[in-house]
Design a protein around this ligand. Structure first.
Ligand code: GLA
Length: 317
């Protein structure tokens, strides 16, 4: 038996900037105090990890082991406090924790890229880099403004006097993969007409003939602007503006990008009407899962309060 290793990686909630990462846009997630932990010993045999979600976990573990080009064995188990399939990046947390447990030691961006490739290999869904980069590069007490063209991460402190609350719609996310791939293809179709959406303007977008593709592109261009404005609002402590930008983001994801659901819309509307709620929106890929709210302290008595935590790490070796 070899040395015992424990590695853990956090889940994330995205405060604003959804369906922008895969066109090189802006996102503003934060890692949350929910982790996936991988513990075990290096062996001479195969990679064997036990977990309560054994079947789902295996594809990710195998994909990460291939990407790390891991040649040894590992015998251990996976434990997670990140809810599975709720839009809080349980799979990215798993990938990043496994890569670290198997001995990956490169810089955060390389870790994130490797785990993004593992995600593609495991699921076939052409996801962006937000989730893996958040787990790999998070900074305690901060959200992360990520420029997905430059792959630059700028920590943005959460101002005092606000809380981030995650509320589960309890709607199981279904057909997410095919709908996600369709959105990626629609953004590519838009870029074939106007060039990179990251630098396109609304007058460029007006030239797109296909109405659906034009609406998708319109979401991306307006969302990138909202992310920049949201980061500036947080820096200025203008939490009321930040909340309004979250509401506008939700409306855009619902009306232009078509990734919300009536259940999630109703939850967002109910939360937004509550005293002390500054803003609420769907978070992540959509089609069910969780909603994120920015609130005055103690405003909500449902969901769970999340705290911005630091990056994935080997916690004991
Ligand atoms: C999923 C993907 C991310 C991102 C979001 C939507 O979480 O893994 O890369 O595209 O959806 O913002």
């Amino acid at each position: 038996m070899g040395e015992r290793v424990t590695a853990r990686a956090p889940g994330r909630v995205n405060l604003i900037g959804d369906h922008t990462d895969y066109t090189g846009g802006l996102v503003l997630p934060m890692a949350i105090d929910r982790w996936t932990t991988v513990t075990g010993v290096r062996t001479a045999g195969d990679v064997r990890l036990q977990s309560r979600q054994a079947a789902e976990a295996k594809a990710y573990v195998d994909a990460v082991a291939s990407e790390v080009a891991f040649s040894g064995g590992f015998d251990g188990w996976i434990d997670s406090t990140v809810p599975i399939g709720a839009g809080l990046s349980s799979s990215a947390a798993l990938e990043v924790a496994v890569a670290l447990a198997l001995g990956f030691t490169g810089p955060p961006l390389e870790l994130a890229r490797l785990c993004q490739r593992a995600e593609h290999r495991a699921t076939g869904v052409p996801t962006g880099i937000m989730d893996q980069l958040t787990a790999a590069a998070a900074v305690e007490g901060h959200a992360l403004l990520i420029d997905c063209t430059a792959l630059a991460v700028t920590p943005v402190p959460l101002p005092d006097g606000v809380e981030v609350v995650v509320i589960d719609s309890r709607q199981r996310r279904a057909l997410v993969g095919s709908a996600y791939a369709e959105r990626v293809a629609q953004c590519a179709a838009a870029e074939a007409v106007v060039g990179p959406l990251r630098t396109a303007t609304m007058s460029d977008i007006a030239r797109i003939a296909d109405g659906v593709v034009r609406r998708r592109a319109s979401h991306v261009v307006t969302e990138n602007a909202r992310v920049a404005a949201f980061a500036a609002a947080l820096e200025a402590g203008d939490v009321a503006s930040a909340g309004r930008l979250m509401a506008a983001s939700h409306a855009s994801l619902r009306d232009d990008f078509g990734v919300s659901t009536p259940t999630v819309d109703a939850l967002v509307a109910r939360l937004a009407a509550m005293p002390g709620v500054l803003g609420a929106r769907m978070t992540g890929g959509g089609f069910g899962g969780c909603v994120v709210a920015l609130t005055r302290p103690g405003a909500l008595h449902e969901g769970w309060l999340v705290r911005p935590v630091g990056a994935a790490e080997v916690v004991a070796a």
